[in-house]
Design a protein around this ligand. Structure first.
Ligand code: HEC
Length: 299
């Protein structure tokens, strides 16, 4: 009885253990699910232990009653669950085993003629019914797709998504190596919008700085080129309170907000924070052009 429970628990833990969680790319939602999952597992374990303990107590109780009033008395006092279990097993009690023992003796070893336990037969009948349902659903009426068909649908869907991704590849391909200053008013307006919404709380609307450093001066902690700024925004400086925006902003948005920050350099904010970091002197080419050759020089 107990070993059955233990096997069940081990099987369950093995199943849970199959879903590995990588610590690096775990965000708060995943952490939430992990913690709730763990709590669920713990509650289930506690429940199982409680049931086992109750059953042990029950066994003592029934033994006590059997001593007083015999089998009939036990049956009368049984819970619905206990009744179901005895019905499902329908085993011959130890005292009555003589009634089912076979006459033949194999070197003194004798055999009981036990019938199949009812729960086993119920499963058997259920599997027969299930077979008919399965046959009907998958092969006769074809209401559900077969595995091959399911696979092909999924593959077609993935291909569709891949084509969509490839279609806007040039834009989502921007990274800290090929990012360039965009001089387009529309892009800068989007950059400003992102900045006002996501960055102003720490860097002030005019870039003058607050929790985060002043972005209008020529001093930069992490470098003042468009590539440096893009990289800082993308990977952040988490230990200093600057989030990595990679997962929130698209590469294009990060390029736009980086460009917008570059337009803030040299402006005079209302309450500028004192300069931090090192003086950054742009190479002359950088301010005038933003073609790829200049990017290569900068690296
Ligand atoms: C929660 C506050 C916070 C928010 C929001 C925030 N930042 Fe920052 N940011 C900081 C801090 C703090 C630093 C300084 C990091 C350090 O000391 O290394 C910083 C640094 C920077 C730097 C580098 C400055 C330098 O001197 O090298 C850039 C560029 C920057 N942030 C851009 C942004 C952009 C763009 C956004 C919005 C998408 C943003 N930040 C949102 C707190 C913030």
């Amino acid at each position: 009885m107990k070993s059955r429970w233990i096997t069940l628990i081990i099987l369950f833990l093995m199943f849970v253990g199959q879903q590995p969680v990588q610590a690096q790319d775990m965000n708060s939602t995943q952490a939430f699910y992990l913690v709730s999952g763990l709590l669920l597992v713990i509650s289930i374990l506690v429940l199982i232990v409680a049931i086992v303990v109750l059953q042990v107590l029950r066994a003592f109780y029934e033994k006590e009653i059997a001593l007083k009033g015999g089998k009939a008395e036990v049956e009368k006092k049984q819970s619905w669950w206990g009744k179901l279990i005895s019905k499902a097993n329908d085993s011959v009690p130890l005292e009555e085993e003589e009634t089912v023992i076979l006459a033949h003796s194999y070197d003194g070893i004798r055999e009981l003629d036990n019938h199949l336990p009812p729960w086993w037969k119920w499963l058997f009948y259920l599997s027969i019914i299930f077979a008919f349902v399965y046959l009907g659903v998958y092969h006769v009426f074809k209401t559900m797709p077969l595995q091959t068909e399911e696979y092909e649908t999924e593959m077609a869907l993935a291909e569709e998504q891949r084509l969509l991704r490839v279609a806007d590849q040039p834009k989502s391909n921007i990274d800290e190596n090929n990012v360039a200053f965009v001089d387009d008013p529309e892009a800068l307006a989007q950059g400003k919008q992102v900045f006002t919404m996501s960055c102003a709380p720490c860097h002030k609307e005019d870039g003058g700085g607050g929790i985060g450093p002043n972005l209008t001066d020529d001093y930069w902690i992490h470098g003042g080129s468009i590539q440096d700024i893009f990289r800082t925004i993308k990977v952040g400086v988490p230990e200093k309170g600057m989030i990595a925006w990679e997962s929130t902003l698209s590469p294009e948005k990060m390029q736009n907000v980086s460009s917008y920050i570059m337009t803030l350099v040299g402006t005079t904010p209302a309450a500028p924070k004192e300069p931090q970091g090192e003086l950054y002197v742009p190479t002359p080419k950088e301010t005038t052009s933003n073609d790829s050759t200049q990017v290569a020089v900068n690296n």
